[in-house]
Design a protein around this ligand. Sequence first.
Ligand code: GUN
Length: 282
Amino acid sequence: MAQLIDGKQISTAIKEELKEKVSSLKEAGREVCLAVIQVGDDKASSVYVNNKKKACEYIGIRSLSYHLPEETKEEELLSLIGKLNEDASVNGILVQLPVPAHIDEDRVIQAIAPMKDVDGFHPQSVGALSIGQPGFVSCTPAGVVALLKRSGVAIEGKECVVIGRSNIVGKPMALLLLRENGTVTVCHSKTADLKEVTKRADILVVAIGRPQMIDASYVKKGAVVIDVGIHRDENNKLCGDVDFASVEPVASMITPVPGGVGPMTIAMLMNNVVEAEGMQRV
Ligand code: GUN
């Protein structure tokens, strides 16, 4: 039986630590502030944005909310980002993705000042991560590393396999595991023999975007399995990229869905916002 890695508990501990930090900053007259921009009414985005605002409120971070209509012009969005870049009272800027199709997502990401890029999506943030310089790290992969560390899983010297190569998860995940001295392999849809590679993993991070695809036949006995996926199955129940019932008996540790990686993403976002405030004071 695998030990469950409890992302809910670990994210709550991180949020409690941040709450104390924000409270002592407040006593010193320093307020932490995140600006959240949503364009249009994508349902999933509205849920995510709402959760981010609630987390800010819980921790004591001021959140500024900009909900723009679907037909907002790219120039208007870029101009709002420009204003927030200049506003010294705003520490972090987050534009919820996806943006509507008529807006160029890359231009939006690149418009955010790297010092305020709490999502860690700006090319400068990604570049800094790849050459070991300070900068914001994408929240989901940062959350995975925090889960591993706080669960006592050593990364150094381990065979780490990441399935998925997205800019938001797979690529920064691989860079972070490398920074922690893991031996890292990245698999993707064109990998010739996926099982042959994933069965080498001591730490297997699954971010493939296909419901319950990874069963026990992909997993080495005793591996630590981290499931980044989130889907609804045919019964409308939440599930991940990993077939939990199949993998749980062979893994040594595993994250559940829900309650694994999911809650960590927001906790790491909050951590980035508090760090942004510190960096901007220097
Ligand atoms: N859309 C889905 N995930 C994310 C995220 O982590 N940040 C932003 N800005 N948009 C998203």
